[in-house]
Design a binder for this molecule. Sequence first.
Ligand SMILES: Cc1cc2nc3c(=O)[nH]c(=O)nc-3n(C[C@H](O)[C@H](O)[C@H](O)COP(=O)(O)OP(=O)(O)OC[C@H]3O[C@@H](n4cnc5c(N)ncnc54)[C@H](O)[C@@H]3O)c2cc1C
Ligand code: FES
Length: 348
Amino acid sequence: MSKGTRKRGKAEGVGPAEAPRPVGGRGGPDGASAKVHAAQEHNVYLPVTATVTKIELEAGGARPIRTFTFEIDAPAEHARFLHRPGQFIIVSQFGTGESVFAISSFPNADGVIQVSAMKVGNVTGKMHELKVGDKVGLRGPYGNDFPVDAWKGKDMVFIGAGIGVSPVRSVYQWVLHPDHRKDYGNVTLIYGARTPADLAYKEEFAAIEARDDVDLWLCIDWAFGPKGPIEGDAQPGWPAINMKAPGETVVPEGKRRFTCFVPQLVEVVKPSPENAIVVTCGPPIAIKFITQALAKLGWTPSQIYTTLENRMKCGIGKCGRCNIGDIYVCKHGPVFTYEEVKRMVNEF
Ligand SMILES: Cc1cc2nc3c(=O)[nH]c(=O)nc-3n(C[C@H](O)[C@H](O)[C@H](O)COP(=O)(O)OP(=O)(O)OC[C@H]3O[C@@H](n4cnc5c(N)ncnc54)[C@H](O)[C@@H]3O)c2cc1C
Ligand code: FES
């Protein structure tokens, strides 16, 4: 979900432990470099440099998506970048600016971080011109995380729409990891994009589809004509479902690909809310209808987790750019239950 309702509020006070400090010292020749180094160590706004080691084109078109693999240059910084599923990172394009991205890779202490970025503007535009070997700056990891430990013993349902699959990926990778899979029950993965070419992580989904412990469902949007959705299949092998009564669709044995929007696919799949958790992310309009579809199936807002993508600057609860009332999405989030999201929106 992105760009939730936001009211600008006063940023919190700058506490001593997190205060940005000026880079540079006033000491004489003997102490100057030590002071500069000490100041840099404590400057929370100072990115570390990382090298681009891999770039994968996930989806083409006017707003392409690429997955970037970064390796942090200084080995001493690797452990500090060990993240939890749901956290985000701030990527600097030197000379252009910073952008915020969900970390889409599995947590590791090797200094390897992946993000999947859609090209929408200045910084992401520059990012899409990167080549392997180029340098970027990284700050983070920031924000809270999905409570994966509290979910042990539950069935897990993951629902991603468009680029929203990126934050969802870090959680399903966690749950499906050989070290963790036994801790969770049934796993259902529902994901949709505009066309088959727009579906991200194709190799990964092919591997997931081959597993017998995951129920993977994919959909592509309806093809649109001048007067709205064109009835029929958008792609051979991707049958259309009845958009007016998706829940009545009879699914042919083994069929897992359809032409419809993600919320309608949710009504076709009918994931059970019993002892289960949903993790979902996507454009706000998709989340609105996904949560309505889940409600029809008996899911409560406290069982539904999502991540907010309010505009951010500092990423650490200082600047007041991302807040909804007194909630700082960068610091108290970006992970919230749908119950919390509803309360925030209603209150502010
Ligand atoms: C916690 C968090 C996680 C995110 N994760 C991802 C991710 O995994 N992949 C990804 O592609 N993007 C993600 N985003 C969105 C991403 O940060 C913005 O798309 C990016 O910063 C735009 O930078 P820009 O300079 O290229 O665009 P700009 O030139 O600043 O803006 C270009 C267009 O993008 C829109 N835009 C800018 N920021 C946002 C935003 N936060 N949400 C929605 N629209 C925006 C603007 O309204 C404008 O229309 C995330 C944002 C947040 C806060
Ligand atoms: S307070 Fe600065 S981005 Fe959240």
